[in-house]
Ligand binder design. Sequence first.
Ligand code: FES
Length: 256
Amino acid sequence: MPDRELRFRVFRHNPFDPESTPRMVQFQLTETPRMTLFTALTRIREELEPSLQFDIVCRAAVCGSCAILVNGKPRLACRTRIETLPNDITLMPLPFFKLVADLSVDTGQWFRDMGTRVQSWINAREPFDPNAEEARMSNETAAEIYELDRCIECGCCVAACGAAQMNPEYLGAAGMLRIARFLADPRDGRPEAAVFDVVSTEEGIFGCIGLAACEDYCPKDLPLTSRLAYLRRKTALLALRKSSQVEESTVADGYA
Ligand code: FES
């Protein structure tokens, strides 16, 4: 099969340049075997337009920096094979995040702010003792935490989320996953009231409108919708406890 001629329509704009206006610019490349979107963007920058800005670091779906909208869908450029795309490819920066320039957005600031809001660290019950024995946990618990820790903070879930586009304060699936990760950790001693205050809001679990696009477009296949459901159940449980309608032991409190 002859190599295809690919037509890229690429968003260009530098918000820090008063002369710049948002526009789409066309580039043409010949497809090569096993070409990825990372390869294509690098060739465009090296051969056609040296000023094109986009983010690439690890090239291995680990750092999360290369997420862009590919024909309207959030994807990692480094793990998107060109052979899975049509000849005409439109590239836009991720929505929701602050535009740096062209295809580059600042996901870092949002993830830092989100981490502060959800207290993305172990809230230890005791002061740290460097001489104490290492805290133990079961293999099952460790595996569960590891699964929830696989988020690479690429922003695809938030970019795909209709609720996030309407509410910039929404914590998104990435934020909820982070909360679920610490709730699963036996070393974490944060009070339930603190969890309730963050989760049971329009910026938290009640901001989700259930479209489930977060999970559809998560490049790491994280269990986002089941954790959202878990937090919804957890919130209901905490609300019941708060209003003292049930005893702590009468409501199932688990992932099932
Ligand atoms: S370059 Fe790191 S995830 Fe794509």
